[in-house]
Design a protein around this ligand. Structure first.
Ligand code: NAP
Length: 303
């Protein structure tokens, strides 16, 4: 397939691109255009002539999102509309990358059809974008607690945030170098989630667009875990020095004024059953990530 992918230089996008090119032999087109400009998006899609679109790019600066609400709305909701309209004009399947933060943090083990109830600006903009995608016949791939390799840059952009992104890689990076790592804990954080692997997220999206599916899918592992449980499992899976792991509160600046959903655990059983994608245990996710780090690549679709 020839796939137009936005955000290919980002963490999740680099994993989607890796799966599509290395595992499926797809051609990924990823020129950066102004995604808020409908004409620019339509022009790029017409020029690229893709078989499918995956829209993964995101304005990822919380301070900027709060300071420029019009810009944030355009970067999330209008950009999604632009890619959805362009996909429909070209009569090709498309997928919006979304998040477990569309849930409010009390909707434990939310399923693909649990109605969202976001509690911060990011979650609201993503939920609004999801409505646009549903109404335009796209598929939605909610990614969450994404761990794995950043294939487009040598290190992760940050060591830890109030969510679960980069968490495992950051612990491994620190402890492998003999440096301590303080795992943030506290009710004000995203404290329970269903971690996934970046390459598995790409697998779900590839299955969604290749099969022309519509509706909502969860890119998640089979297990919900706390931050402490995930840190302990990481130390065990990678054979790291447990004495370097510490636990403490997050600094106030980590929150950028946002309220954070507490328990964003989900079920991905419908996704696995519908798309035929694997539903990995946490141990398997960590094992696969370890293999990616050791080999510098991804193998065939894991079972
Ligand atoms: N990481 C996680 O754990 C996580 C969790 C839940 C959901 N997600 C979702 O996954 C998606 C990707 O997140 P990520 O963590 O991979 O983000 P990221 O690493 O910050 O990557 C963001 C990507 O978006 C691109 N981008 C930013 N502004 C753009 C613009 N105005 N026009 C075009 N491209 C633009 C960036 O391109 P440049 O490199 O050129 O700036 C980059 O490729 C998002 O939809 C996010 O909501 C991620």
């Amino acid at each position: 397939m020839r796939i137009l992918l936005t955000g290919a230089s980002g963490f999740v996008g680099s994993n989607i691109a890796k799966v599509m090119t290395d595992r499926y032999g797809d051609e990924v087109v990823s020129k950066r255009v102004d995604m808020t400009d409908a004409a620019a998006v339509t022009g790029h899609v017409a020029e690229a002539r893709p078989d499918a679109i995956v829209h993964c790019a995101i304005m990822n600066d919380w301070d900027q999102m709060h300071a420029d609400r019009h810009g944030a709305w355009a970067a999330y909701v209008e950009a999604t509309r632009n890619y959805g309209d362009a996909a429909n004009a070209a009569d090709i399947p498309w997928c919006l990358v979304s998040t477990d933060w569309v849930f409010d943090g009390t909707q434990s083990m939310a399923t693909e059809d649990t109605p969202p109830n976001p509690i911060n600006l990011y979650g609201f903009l993503k939920a609004a974008s999801e409505i646009v995608a549903v109404e335009r016949g796209g598929s939605i791939a909610r990614v969450m607690g994404v761990n794995g390799t950043h294939w487009a840059r040598p290190t992760t952009p940050r060591a830890q945030d109030p969510g679960y992104g980069y968490f495992v890689a950051s612990i491994v990076d620190a402890l492998e170098q003999g440096e301590p790592f303080t795992v943030w804990e506290g009710d004000e954080l995203n404290s329970i989630a269903s971690p996934s692997l970046g390459s598995h997220c790409g697998e779900v999206m590839r299955a969604a667009v290749a099969g022309g599916h519509t509706g909502i899918f969860h890119c998640a592992g089979a297990q919900a875990v706390s931050r402490r449980e995930l840190a302990e499992a990481t130390v065990s899976a990678f054979g790291l020095d447990r004495s370097l792991l510490h636990f403490g509160r997050a600094p106030a600046e980590a929150f950028a004024g946002q309220t954070i959903p507490h328990d964003t655990s989900v079920s991905a059983e419908y996704t696995a059953a519908t798309l035929g994608t694997p539903l990995h245990s946490l141990d398997r996710i960590l094992e696969l990530f370890k293999a990616e780090r050791e080999t510098g690549g991804i193998g065939p679709t894991p079972t």
